[in-house]
Design a protein around this ligand. Sequence first.
Ligand code: 5RP
Length: 261
Amino acid sequence: MLRDNTTTMANQNEKELAGRAAAELVVSGNIVGLGTGSTAYFAVVALGERVKSGLKIIGIPTSVTTAELARAVGIQLATLDEHTEIDITIDGADEIDSQLRLIKGGGGALLREKIIAAASKKMVVVADSSKLVPALGKFPLPVEIIPLARAVLERKITALGASCKLRTRPDGQPFITDEGHHILDCRFGRIADPPALALVLSDMPGVVEHGLFIGIAKLALVGMGSSVVEIRPKRPRSKAVRAKRPRRKGVEHKRKSQKRR
Ligand code: 5RP
């Protein structure tokens, strides 16, 4: 129990360091996407402090909860209708791999989060070190769905090898997202090919959005102990094996003979 608490405190510190570091990247005049969750919370609070000291920004919140927090700390808010392009979005993640592919949606805000991240010139992920993983999939992938399609989608996603669970509230009723949908938490285990899975899920009628964020984040600020580490996407190792060039005896011979001359 004590060990768990200690771990939680350490993670909290790392989250705060990461959130605050990301808030420093924002400059006056920026339209800022405000993420959701316990790490993005620290970024919003830090931005509120900077606003009180004169920073001029407009925030686009990724959830009702974040909108309330942003208002409480004095950040002026606007909608995507008013600003279709966002300068920088700061948001958390549930898992981050070395290519900065993410699983998001643990807090249930993945749909607005993805729309806002995709409308941003830059998305900065903030996280504690526990979120870095060698491969995505240990965290159940949140899939936002139309309630009518629940049983059909459970069957289809289960057939892909996952076990699915409808997300519920503490009172046992289905969790309802800010956009009025349900969430299936889909436990895949190691996801071998995240882009392929993303395509398959997006193609299923009834899936509104899924929590795989691929090619969206270009920078992660990760709290590690008492410092913050910057992580940029690592290029995947090419699978193409260079074909061994066949030895062409004639050419070899010619070169040798040219040398001799
Ligand atoms: C909300 C999210 C969060 O960013 C994600 O769940 C990480 O949350 P936290 O910073 O609390 O660990 O995707 O939908």
